[in-house]
Design a protein around this ligand. Sequence first.
Ligand code: ATP
Length: 615
Amino acid sequence: MFKNNSFIKRFTDMMSEGFIFIDTTGKIQIYNNKAKEIFGINDHEGIDHRTGTIQKGDIVIIGDNCLGKDDGNLTPKALKQLGIHDHHIEIGDAIAAVGVIDIPDVEPMYRYSKSGALVLEKRFLENDINVVIDTIKKTIKIEVNHQEFLLSYNNAIGHMVVLDGETREVKFYQTKGYTARGEGIQDLLSGKHYRAKGKYADIFDVIGKNIFEIHSHSATIEEFYEVAQGKDLSYKEKFTEINGRSTICTLEPINHKSKRVGAVLKVEDISEIKKVIRERDEALFHLERIEERLKEREDISILFPEVIGEGEEISHVRHLAYKASRSNSTVLILGESGTGKSMLAKGIHHASKYRDKPFIYVNSSSIPENLLESELFGYEGGAFTGARREGKIGMFEMADGGTIFLDEIGELSISLQAKLLQVLQSKSFYRVGGNKRISVDVRIIAATNKNLEEEMVKGSFREDLYYRINVFPIWIPPLRNRKQDIYSLVENILPKICSRIGCHQKHMSGESIQKLLDYSWPGNIRELENILERAVNLTETNTILSKHLVLGTIKQHQVDRDTDIKSLKEIIWEAEKKGIEEALKLSNGNKNTAMEALGIGKTSFYEKLKKYSIN
Ligand SMILES: Nc1ncnc2c1ncn2[C@@H]1O[C@H](COP(=O)(O)OP(=O)(O)OP(=O)(O)O)[C@@H](O)[C@H]1O
């Protein structure tokens, strides 16, 4: 058709777009290099293999993300050749499979899915097989004995690697452009020849072939053919799909002396662009995540300025507190006495959206047991002796809309635990002496320095309540486990103490800092505050020396205030009893002498002997 064919070939091969010209019969007259590259014709990448057909006994590995739509139209029925007779597998399913052709004794291995994504990792007849269908990257990877064969796709693709049944060598592997070459899985399974690759490949000359031998019957190729035959249609830069590849096409009829002689199709491959866009989207997504994290960090430092410390442990606590402040789940703060549980509870409330609503602090151990119920839930007028006539609202009602902080929750009596559980479950309660159910919307933060699991085993803490409150636990590690924070704590606490006391700002000598670092901090940060305050008072100059630090006033390893710090009543009881016993001892059991020495009257003395069971 063209007088100077080689000149036209050279000219069109220089073009950066694919260029195809067909005559009125659909015969290809021009098919430039770029078009061959786009559609994978004359593909010379990868390992070499000869031409051939799939034979009985060959090992076939398949990765297909959409059966029936993969441009090779592989059907579930065709899988029977691999020994797969599974009626659950349907058109549209993704499948990853390995099997032997026409040898029913060998069990195939396969997985299929409705969603597309799949991984099949198996050892099959002494071959390591790994098939991965990645729906995010849009790739299908087949790995055979660690040799990788990768195909990318836009919508649907059928990937295949074939090992020779005898030599176990790779005798065929799928590459892009299989539709143009007629090498779809279904074609090859039905005995069609595949072409050689690499050094064995012959040049696949498409010139003179019918366009439908090279391209399947897609809408674009049908139109291309119709226009070549005479249809009046043309378009510029239309997004279309040819052989499963996303392209931008321009279609033009070609007339000679007012007579249709064919049509040209100019093709640009946009799968690369799509890949770049996808990569850009992924990068943007990561960037957003990083920005979110940075923002979160910024928020954490703004929202929890009072929580001092740079170590990993306290940073983790701050991070959890931040997360807790974003939700309204019940929070359980655990940690030894003085580690900052109350401070953190307040911090969570102030960082949350309830910050303008009340924060009600309840110390379960400081309110006498018989009063705690009415303090928590309130009472109706005249509910008990000594009750106010008008009644009283309880702490749960006061906290409505905000946060109630139940400190020392491990101290609650079993009966109050049951009541609290009901409140947690129904978000409502009755006042003491009342019969009206009161509903509240309260966020609960609980704290304890006890090991609630141990308490549960002992039977002093209800299991059901434990699981109710242990929704969002935050454990604050003791100071001895995060001594690196001592520097920043001192730096922060010392100036505050000096301003409060009204003295010059003081600083620590190196030796005194070392002394703090060497100490085990049974009383945690509260103890640190006390020791620093005492040191500030003892220091006359502006430097706190190690001698000013009076450590160890709290018993080493004190973790439970309850066992180590006694109530004033107990202290008085013990001291009085001891004093009377001492006096009796010193006066050799003579009660009158002891009574006189103690300076108390007879009635009082005998009452005390009875009270303390002293004979
Ligand atoms: N990370 C911290 N940064 C600065 N100060 C802290 C920190 N943690 C605790 N504190 C201070 O230590 C003292 C004790 O804290 P807090 O009362 O919150 O401890 P707690 O664990 O609730 O103690 P308890 O169990 O005895 O009630 C408070 O003065 C608090 O401000």
